[in-house]
Design a protein around this ligand. Sequence first.
Ligand SMILES: C[S@@+](CC[C@H](N)C(=O)[O-])C[C@H]1O[C@@H](n2cnc3c(N)ncnc32)[C@H](O)[C@@H]1O
Length: 395
Amino acid sequence: MPEQSITPTYDVENAVLSRYQAGAETHEPSLCCPTEYQDVHYLDVIPDEILTKDYGCGDPTRYAKPGDVVLDLGSGAGKNCYMVAQKVGPTGKVIGIDFNDVMLNLARKYQGAIATKIGFHNTEFVKGKIQDLKLPLDPLQAWLQANPITTLEDIARYETEGDRLRAESPLIADESIDLVISNCVLNLVKPSDKQQLFQEIHRVLKQGGRAVISDIVCDETPTEKILNDPELWSGCIAGAFLEAEFLQMFVDAGFYGVEILSYAAEPWQTIDGIEFRSLTVRAYKGKVGIGRERHQAVIYKGPWQQIQDDAGHTYFRGERMAVSDQTFQRLTNPDGPYAGQFIAVAPYQGISSEAAAPFNCPPEARRDPQETKGADYNLTQLTVDSACCSPDSCC
Ligand SMILES: C[S@@+](CC[C@H](N)C(=O)[O-])C[C@H]1O[C@@H](n2cnc3c(N)ncnc32)[C@H](O)[C@@H]1O
């Protein structure tokens, strides 16, 4: 897997912070990557002051469902949050997180007015870093004002306070979110924090939850000149993920069903021949626990001769592959990433949880039909008067 081997030597975080503080006050056209939103009627209730500070590059909002609890990473002026708020409805909730007070104030400015227009209040904007979603920055900032850092011992006390806040009042709790979205933000995080960023997205999602992330990716590794340009970093270019690397970051953090939902045909920017374009990815959380043997099988329908999952299991077209109960549920879930691709072969007799032995899905194990039917199964049943045979058909 190719990786960015050069680490920028400037302060990436403050370059990003000051660029988007300015971008919250004055519209900055160079930060705009043209995007087509699907549910444009949701824009009707959003004031122009928010719409003009749109610095997104895709449309993750269309993947929210009624009742979802949604977290928007780097929510900026709040456009995506207010669109999703209408989509999830009064039983859902949207939390926007940003580390930039000017953006947060702009997003909060119209919270009451939009709630009145849509008929319910289901949005919240909180201050935090997306790579450290446990840490609430408001109380930490208050603590810093009372306890300025001037010595090495102060640094240790500051770090202890951060740990205390993460443990006692986490900003975003474990497994509390149905859908994490983000629109053109992950690239802005400094390289050394990127792995933790994906782990945090995984941590906050509920089992079965999903992440839908729009971001800028590049087809070749950015050159040293690009990486060392703070303007290009804060402009969503220098920190862009390599295409394959972006998908692999989700897999490495424990996600499954990682899929490209949209890929801009045309690059947004091209520098020294390197193309930077928008991509939207969806990934699912839920691969935990021990698989159980319930004699289930799945048959991959095709059209490929065989496919392989991220754990290295191969599914051959038309063949009954032996899977654990956990994998069976995942591959045949009508709301999951593999919906419609597999035929579910369920056992004729149920096996209780106590009786189901652990099963580790051997990579290419086939399932004998007798296993799903049961060894004693020897039914003979010849259909003579079937509804599928009409008088003039030749059965
Ligand atoms: C390119 S703008 C996108 C804003 C918004 N998602 C949109 O579609 O308009 C990036 C936003 O992410 C915020 N941001 C950047 N890095 C962040 C970080 N590490 N933690 C929290 N917010 C961050 C910036 O303050 C800014 O509001």
